[in-house]
Design a protein around this ligand. Structure first.
Ligand code: ADP
Ligand code: ASP
Ligand code: MG
Length: 420
């Protein structure tokens, strides 16, 4: 018996017609000896609507302060998880309409267990005995993405975009041959096709590259879903839901590096505008200062990304620059303020109009001159680099957000990624 997990994102189930088309795509994958489980997102726009209802009810609407997380996130999860439940029932009905046996499985019915980190929970364990038996008997199982049930029996959600992670987790638990992610683009592109018309669909991309692409801003797959697929070696295919069954729809296969014959130096360009740059001026320059700063940021649960340290003009002083998610910038300043006297920070500046642009490729491991090409392409367009970060397979730069699209296009061309 083989098993396949299919996932449909929000736009792919955005109305009743699209749900009917998703049902036809599911029906086309049925064959003797193969069990099917389908993970669905909420209909497009629905999760945003539910998020604002929850915030409004808690008093955040208008100029109200955000509610304290401890007192909010559990019920936020109850509200926002509701969107996916609706889609499970609708898809089951659409399948039955075309003669395919199907039923919805809510998370507590499977169950899909998570930890209790409300609004950003991690899948801990999926009980597959019953659902596995049902799909092996030929009934399609429809499961709501993005959510689970905590040890305390409460509803949890996995963070925005989390249905991808639900699908990969279910595929791993069911030992599925593959996890097919149906979305509104026909695969993973060299960069976001919405901003670069010459972006190309990739036939294959390695887990490592996809992980960097996702974490550096390409929202086509949630980062955790790629982490999980990588760890559990689940082959993932990203493909279009906007076609009828039988149409040419090869998509992109996310797979092991060994399966990729031609290793590109740069496979893709990603960008993120959700960045803020915090500069601490005239910080005392002695051992323990950086430890103090980053301990305070860690205590405040702030994810720091790039870090640059440089000598200040005054002797014995340095300037420290770091980046963090834009929404955390205010809290980062509050956290530093608490130790400002102790470490002698003279001034703090925050810039929120910055963006991170990154080039990613496994071929970089063995190639020189990759950074040179990047810096030259940006210089030629007059784009100033404010910080740099590198790993074995990526180079990221921080730039003025106004130049994001210009920089992405210039790099796409410079690395020869443009479609003919
Ligand atoms: P879904 O609702 O199906 O989960 P998402 O909106 O989360 O879909 O992800 C698909 C979107 O990701 C595309 O519409 C595209 O604009 C964006 N995207 C960003 N970078 C890339 C990329 N490199 N390749 C493909 N799509 C990308
Ligand atoms: N509906 C959820 C969201 O919009 C989860 C998902 O679509 O993956 O974030
Ligand atoms: Mg998504």
């Amino acid at each position: 018996m083989s098993r396949l997990v299919m996932k449909f994102g929000g736009t792919s189930v955005g109305d009743v017609e699209r749900i009917a088309r998703a049902a036809r795509l599911v029906a086309a994958e049925r064959k003797p000896g193969r069990g099917l489980a389908v993970v669905v997102s909420a209909m497009s726009g629905e999760t945003d609507r539910l998020v604002s209802l929850a915030r409004g009810a808690a008093g955040e609407a208008g100029n109200g302060a955000p509610p304290p997380a401890d007192d909010f996130n559990d019920e936020y999860d109850v509200v926002v998880a509701a969107g996916e439940q609706v889609t499970t029932g609708l898809l089951a009905l659409a399948l039955r309409r075309i003669g395919v046996p199907a039923r919805s499985w809510q998370n507590w019915q499977v169950p899909i267990r998570t930890d209790d980190a409300h609004s950003k929970a991690r899948v801990a364990d999926i009980e597959t005995t019953e659902i596995g038996r049902a799909i092996d008997a030929g009934e399609v199982a429809i499961v709501p993405g993005f959510q689970g049930v905590s040890g305390a029996g409460r509803v949890t959600t996995l963070g925005r975009g989390g249905s991808d992670t639900s699908a990969v987790a279910l595929a791993a638990a069911l030992k599925a041959e593959r996890c097919d992610i149906y979305t509104d683009v026909d695969g993973v592109y060299t960069t976001d096709p919405r901003i670069v018309a010459k972006a190309r669909r990739l036939e294959k991309i390695s887990y490592e590259e996809m992980l960097e692409m996702a974490s550096l801003g390409a929202k086509v797959l949630q980062t955790r879903s790629v982490e999980l697929a990588f760890a559990q070696r689940v082959p993932v295919r990203v493909l279009s839901s906007f076609v009828e069954p039988g149409a040419h729809n090869p998509g992109t296969l996310v797979c092991s590096e060994e399966e990729i014959v031609e290793k590109q130096v740069v496979s893709g360009v990603a960008y993120s505008r959700d960045e803020a740059k915090v500069t601490l001026l005239g910080v005392e320059d002695h051992p323990g200062v950086a430890a103090e700063i980053f301990a305070r940021l860690a205590d405040a649960n702030i994810n720091v990304d790039m870090i640059v340290q440089a000598e200040a003009r005054q002797p014995g002083r340095q300037n420290m620059v770091f980046t963090c998610p834009d929404r955390d910038a205010g809290r980062a300043v509050d956290a530093i303020d608490k130790v400002r006297e102790k470490i002698g920070v003279e001034d703090i500046h925050v810039r929120r109009d910055v963006a991170k642009v990154s080039v990613i490729g496994i071929g970089m491991k063995s190639q020189v001159g990759v950074a040179k090409t990047m810096f030259a392409a940006l210089a030629q367009k007059g784009v100033n680099i404010e910080a740099i970060a590198t790993s074995e397979i990526k180079i990221s730069v921080l730039i003025d957000a106004a130049y994001t699209e210009l920089a992405v296009r210039a790099l796409h061309t410079a690395y020869g990624l443009d479609a003919a």
